[in-house]
Structure formats: C-alpha cells, structure tokens
Design a protein around this ligand. Structure first.
Ligand code: 7TS
Length: 409
C-alpha cells in the first residue's frame, strides 16, 4: 500500500452521501456495520461502466464484451491480491456473504456432511452463518455445536477443546462479530480444527475493511465477504476457497457460464471459478468493487486501525459513564462497534429519537438472536464506525443520546 497521510477531510469529500441534512440536522452515519457508504470512485465506476462499456462478459467476441470481461476478471485478480489467495481461480463472485455461505453449505456441505457429523459455530454468529448450516444439518442428520461466549463477548476459549473431535467436519465462525465488534482469535481455532481434520470457513464480512486478511497465512479453507461492507456496491460478494476443495465440489446453481458443454445426454461443467458462477453476474458491481479495493489500497492498514481505535476509545469513554448504560462487547480486541442498551428504555425508542436528530444507528437483534438470548435481552442500539467517522460526529451522537435518554426517562 502506498502511504498517504490520514486526511479525514479529504476522505469525507469522497463520500457525497455524508454531506446532507436528515430531519433538518447534519447526517451522522453510524450504521457502517450494516453497510458502508460509497466513495465517488465507486459511484463513478458504475456510471462509467453503463455509459461506456455495458456488455455481457465471457460471451461476445465484440469490443465491448471483451472490455467488460477484462475489467471483470481484473477485479478477480485484485481481490486475489487483496486477500493474498494463491490463484485467481480460488476467487468466486457471489451476491454477498450470505450467498457465499449458502454455496459452501449446498455444495461442499451436501457432499461431505453425513449423519452424526458435527458442525461447530459460535454463539455470536450472524444468522447467515447459522441458518444454512441448520438447513444442511436437518437434511443430513448432522449436529450443530456452539462455542459459548463470555460476559465480555469473547469466545470461551477453554470450551473449544471439548467441542472439537474427530466427528467435527466443519468449523464456521466470523472473524469479527457484527453485534459486538469482537475480533476473534481465528488462527488458533483454524489450527485446532485442522488437527481434527475439520475444514474451516471464515465469515469475514465485518473484518476485511478493518484490517489485513491473508488467507494463506490463516490457512482457512473458505472465506467470504460482501462488497457493500468494504465501500463497494451492494449485490457483490466473494467466496474464497482452497483450489483443491473447490475443484472437488459439485456445482450448485445450473445455467449459462458454468458449463463446458450441454447435451440432453450429458452436461459437463466449466473449470474454476466459472463452475460456480451461473448466469449473468452483477458485472457493473464487480467492476466497481475493483475501485473500492483501489480506494482501500490507498491507505496504510496501520493508519486505518489507529483511526478506528481512536474513534472507538473516544466514543466509549464519552458514553460509558451514562447512568444505566451497558455496553455489550468489551473485548480489548475489537473493531469500531459499540452495542449498548440503557436500563428501562427500549433500544428502538433510542434509535428513533437519535434518527430525529440526524444520527443513523441500528437497533434490534442485528441478525444475531442467539447472542442476545445469551445476554437475556432482545437486542441493542448499535453505533458502528468507518474510515470517515470523526470525533465531531461522536460529539453530536453523544449529545443526541443524552437528549434522547432524558426524553425517555
Ligand atoms: N456475516 C456477518 C458477520 C455480517 O455482519 C453480515 C451482515 C452477514 C454475514 C451477511 O451479509 P450480507 O451482505 O450477505 O447481508 N451484517 C449486517 C449487520 O450487522 N447489519 O446489517 C447487516
């Protein structure tokens, strides 16, 4: 990555959506764990694609088709380099993390999981890393096991050894929790799981935009993320898989592009990665995702991490003394997420009053219902930060929070 200094004003200039009033107040966007805003370069890449290039890929021999194909495949190489995969064939484009996980469950899972096999998840998984495995387990008679969490929102490390055994076929966990921000010690789990012969899928939806990911160093078998959480377009996502695993997996969706030849007697399938990319993908989105990766590559990870740590520490110190306020997720290893509730007040009411003051947060269960059951609540208010969040915005948020609480008490 080339070094540019962390110039927050310049960064914010690149995000037009931030510069608007909402409910007659300056917008303060603190819902970045749900989706990040898009820099001009990404918005323009979509615009330019439709204005100058629009054509279907891998099909026509004409100029525009070739141009679109080169750009689309160029993104694949950019993603390979971004996560340090060995080969571009290991990068499958999907519509997002949810789609990637379902792909693995429906292909690798249906082929390799049988009765009595165990799938290990954690208590802090997003529903999209729970439900596809439950559906598979139900079909195959497999068993779901769960790594419990501690009060501070970290894995109960000493429970892990007793949960892994030779029946464990898959471990599927997030790198960072969307509800708590906890950065999980996945390398340790990957190594332990491998010692039992289990495969490991990492849900990196909440980590790829926060710190460097190196799939070869991690040695994970599968990894997935969504373009829209890394400043790219919605409807784009990535599944990384080790080549040999992907090669041995049957295709999932049938259709154009994923075949080598079709006859009514016998159809043969395309090589990787196309075997898993049936139909016309989100071509414009994938090409614009390349601009999102370029945007990320302009920074030094250390600068991004420092900025986020500073914002998190500042916000945490400003709200933690509020009477009756409880923060969920207090690990020392966490990204810029603060989930909280206030005694006697429903999170939704706080969220609604914050919105009236221009502050966008998320309230509810954030698709992690089992986690909230563990805490004995139905959900939280969640403020989540990004590359463009400023301390001035945190001040506006904290003032608005004080006002909201005093109105609701
Ligand atoms: N896994 C994690 C850890 C997530 O945070 C999310 C989305 C997903 C999977 C699903 O991603 P998708 O792009 O396929 O929808 N998380 C959130 C959130 O926290 N608020 O809105 C979406």
């Amino acid at each position: 990555m080339t070094n540019i200094s962390y110039d927050i004003e310049n960064i914010r200039k690149q995000f037009p959506v931030l510069h608007q009033q909402v409910n007659n107040r300056q917008l303060v966007y603190l819902d970045n764990a749900a989706t990040t805003q898009k820099p001009l370069s990404v918005i323009e890449a979509l615009d330019i694609f439709y204005k100058t290039t629009n054509a279907n890929i891998h099909r026509g021999a004409h100029y525009l088709a070739n141009k679109a194909t080169v750009q689309f495949e160029g993104t694949r190489e950019k993603i390979r380099s971004f996560i340090n995969a060995k080969e571009t064939a290991e990068i499958i484009f999907t519509s997002g993390t949810t789609d990637s996980i379902n792909l693995v469950a429906q292909t690798w899972g249906r082929k390799n999981i049988t009765t009595g096999d165990e799938i290990l998840l954690s208590m802090m998984e997003h529903h999209s890393n729970i439900v596809p495995w439950q559906m598979l387990a139900e079909e195959k008679g497999a068993v779901i096991k769960v790594i419990p969490v501690t009060e501070s929102g970290e894995w109960q490390i000493d429970a892990i050894d007793s949960l892994l055994n030779e029946r464990t076929k898959l471990v599927a966990v997030n790198h960072v929790s969307n509800s708590l921000g906890t950065i999980n010690p996945i390398k340790m789990l990957i190594d332990k799981a491998h010692s039992y012969g289990a495969k490991v899928l990492i849900d990196a939806a909440q980590s790829v935009s926060h710190f460097a990911t190196d799939v070869q160093e991690l040695d994970c078998d599968f990894m997935c993320f969504s373009g829209h959480k890394i400043y790219g377009p919605t409807g784009t996502g990535v599944l990384y898989g080790k080549y040999d695993l992907l090669e041995a997996m049957p295709p999932w969706r049938g259709g154009g592009e994923m075949i080598s030849s079709v006859s009514f007697e016998k159809t043969t399938y395309n090589s990787l990665p196309h075997k898993f990319e049936a139909g016309t993908p989100h071509i414009a989105g994938v090409i614009a995702l390349s601009s999102a990766i370029d945007f990320m590559n302009e920074f030094q990870w250390d600068d991004l991490i420092d900025h986020e740590k500073n914002i998190l520490a500042y916000a945490t110190s400003k709200i933690s003394h509020i009477e009756g306020l409880r923060i969920f997720g207090t690990s020392t290893e966490k990204t810029g997420v603060i989930s909280f509730d206030v005694e006697g007040i429903h999170p939704y009411d706080i969220g609604t009053l914050l919105d009236k003051q221009g502050i966008a947060v998320r309230t509810g269960h954030h698709c992690t219902e089992p986690l909230w059951s563990y805490y004995g609540v139905t959900g939280s208010v969640r403020a989540s930060f990004a590359i463009y969040t400023t301390t001035e915005e945190i001040d506006l948020f904290v003032d608005a929070l004080h006002k909201s609480i005093s109105m609701l008490r």
